[in-house]
Design a protein around this ligand. Structure first.
Ligand SMILES: Cc1cc2nc3c(=O)[nH]c(=O)nc-3n(C[C@H](O)[C@H](O)[C@H](O)COP(=O)(O)OP(=O)(O)OC[C@H]3O[C@@H](n4cnc5c(N)ncnc54)[C@H](O)[C@@H]3O)c2cc1C
Length: 389
């Protein structure tokens, strides 16, 4: 089967179906080409253009303020986009890079094609697509990331709140918070960066900050050993069938000059997590009788706010795999294989960007491993083949 252009309709069948078109999917496709399987897969992505989740990141996130965007295999970002790219918005620079990469290596991505559900059929799978059509495949490489599954914890009273609630997923710019009392929830790097951005750049705003645990900032570098241990922890969980925790959330909160300045300016005044949401704000250890306060005293029970801004992370966007019933009793999907990319219950399915591979560097490695496993299952030896240049 030869797929000649990204615009062509998906073929009715491919040996390998890659679902997704971000870093993990492109890495898998790159290595499938390299292992001589360039004409035996197809890749379906429901995003409008290249870049995976990066195309949707907020405009103020630059390549310098992103944690670290690891190069795709075989061709680096600086080579593709240029040396002075640090100040470029991630939402345009990464898609630009990914687009050039797809072109350079002849990786065919069908867009926008939404995969609604995947079911077992015969010796393989049938994927139902958003337009009502379907395609079949022998193997599945799922690389659908997390961006489409923003997570907000359940807190009693959330439906009563009369102000605005939004998630990192929906953030556009600090300007929309001018004059507002904004409560930022979360302790990851996105929460902290956006809290500082709103406090500094939304005129007349007042910011507050809560999370379950108070973050600890490190003054030393995050070492490769710490990185490996963080990934190993998540890997142990998915091998045991437990829901994965986030790899990127533990890659360290460095005390950067911007964070140190925000601490000095009183922007990072942390409070523990509230226990209830009311019509006008949040409260701690309160019953249904809440009393309004001005929020200036950290011991007050109630804080009035206009906006609750949830920076509480994402979950794996794998609802379309639900008909396959992959979940273990522990609530996660039990993973196996050298890099924990293989679904234990059905080794014809691999999950990339899930658990230990949910980082740009992990996605790359998992892509290579997934291609190797696919080559094995298809009886094709994964020896090196030239890729189109
Ligand atoms: C706010 C934020 C900041 C981050 N910053 C960093 C960072 O600085 N460094 C780092 O290493 N990692 C970071 N991460 C994690 C990082 O984004 C990922 O690990 C990596 O980029 C994800 O690549 P991916 O290919 O797994 O997923 P994605 O880039 O999310 O790609 C998934 C693709 O699948 C498609 N898709 C989803 N569902 C379907 C479906 N049903 N049908 C068809 N297509 C579908 C989507 O359109 C998308 O193109 C960050 C994550 C978030 C949320």
């Amino acid at each position: 089967m030869q797929i000649s252009s990204a615009a062509a309709r998906p073929a009715p069948h491919s040996d390998v179906l890659i679902i997704g078109g971000g870093q993990a999917a492109l890495s898998a496709a790159y290595f499938l080409h390299r292992f001589g399987l360039g004409d035996r897969y197809q890749m379906l992505d429901h995003a409008p253009g290249p870049g995976g989740a990066w195309q949707f990141r907020w405009p103020t996130l630059t390549l310098a303020t992103a944690n670290r965007v690891h190069d795709l295999p075989g061709w680096g970002l600086v080579e593709a986009v240029g040396l002075d790219c640090d100040q470029l918005p991630a939402a345009t620079a990464v898609p630009d890079y990914f687009g050039r990469y797809e072109e350079k290596f002849g990786l065919h991505v069908h867009r926008p094609v939404h995969v609604r559900a995947v079911r077992r059929e015969g010796d393989g799978f049938r994927a139902e697509l958003g337009d009502g059509s379907s395609v079949t495949s022998t193997l599945i490489i799922n690389a659908t990331g997390t961006w489409d599954r923003p997570f907000i914890p359940h807190i009693p009273g959330a439906a009563d709140f009369r102000g605005r609630q939004l998630h990192t997923h929906d953030y556009a710019s600090p300007a929309e918070f001018a004059g507002k009392r904004v409560l930022v929830v979360g302790a990851g790097i996105s929460a902290i960066q956006l809290l500082i951005e709103i406090a500094r750049e939304a005129p007349g705003s007042q910011t507050f900050w809560c999370s379950r645990r108070e973050p600890v900032f490190s003054t030393g570098p995050f070492t490769p050993e710490q990185g490996r241990e963080a990934v190993a922890r998540v890997e142990r969980r998915v091998r045991a069938g437990l829901p994965p925790t986030s790899v990127v959330s533990v890659t360290g909160l460095a005390l950067t000059p911007a964070i140190a300045a925000a601490q000095r300016d009183g922007i990072l005044a942390w409070r523990p997590m509230f226990t209830r949401i009311t019509e006008t704000g949040v409260c701690w250890d309160c019953g249904t009788n809440t009393r309004a306060g001005d929020g200036s005293d950290s011991t007050s029970e109630h804080l009035d706010v206009d906006v609750i801004f949830w920076n509480t992370g994402f979950r794996s966007a794998i609802d379309h795999l639900a008909p396959l019933r992959l979940r273990a009793p522990g609530g996660g999907i039990t993973m196996t294989g050298r890099l924990a990319t293989v679904v234990d219950a059905d080794p014809r399915i691999q999950l990339l960007g899930y658990g230990p591979s949910a980082s740009t560097i992990g996605a790359n490695r998992a892509g290579r491993e997934a291609a190797r496993v696919a080559a094995d299952l298809l009886g094709a030896s994964p020896h090196r083949q030239p890729v189109n240049k």
